[in-house]
Design a protein around this ligand. Structure first.
Ligand code: ZN
Length: 138
């Protein structure tokens, strides 16, 4: 069986990191599917999905990492073409990637104890995001 759902969150932009683990876990538990995989996919070219130990130190570390490897004030041709000033946001999102697959068994995600699913919004303004969840299994 395949069930496609979604989760919504509001973000503040510029590397805002949102823990979406409980929303994903709830939809998997409520799907009635015992074992399989859930794909978490964020539509849009300025956000990404990954996992982290969601504690404030690491969240800040990850936010700072992006400024080191893809600085906001570097030159981006995209900013000349579109004027939206978010060239860095697009590049960061491309590196991180838009999706994650998590296996589940007996209705529970197989995440580690200190591993949470996060949506990272790289855009340079607040956004309303709707991530797609596709739950596949039997
Ligand atoms: Zn743009």
């Amino acid at each position: 069986m395949i069930i496609t759902g979604s989760i919504s969150c509001k973000t503040r932009g510029e590397c805002d990191i949102v823990d979406i683990t409980s929303q994903v876990a709830r939809q998997v538990a409520e799907s009635g599917i015992s074992s399989g995989t859930v794909t978490v996919f964020v539509p849009g070219s300025t956000a990404g999905v990954t996992t982290i130990e969601y504690e404030s130190g690491l969240v800040a570390d990850l936010q700072r990492l992006w400024e080191r490897i893809v600085p906001r004030d570097a030159h981006y041709d995209h900013n000349s073409r579109w004027g939206d000033g978010n060239g860095h946001s697009h590049i960061r999102a491309s590196i991180l990637g838009p999706s994650l697959v998590v296996p589940f068994a007996e209705g529970r995600l197989t995440l580690g104890t200190w591993q949470q699913i996060i949506l990272v919004d790289f855009d340079n303004r607040p956004r309303s995001r709707q991530a797609v969840l596709q739950i596949m299994g039997e």
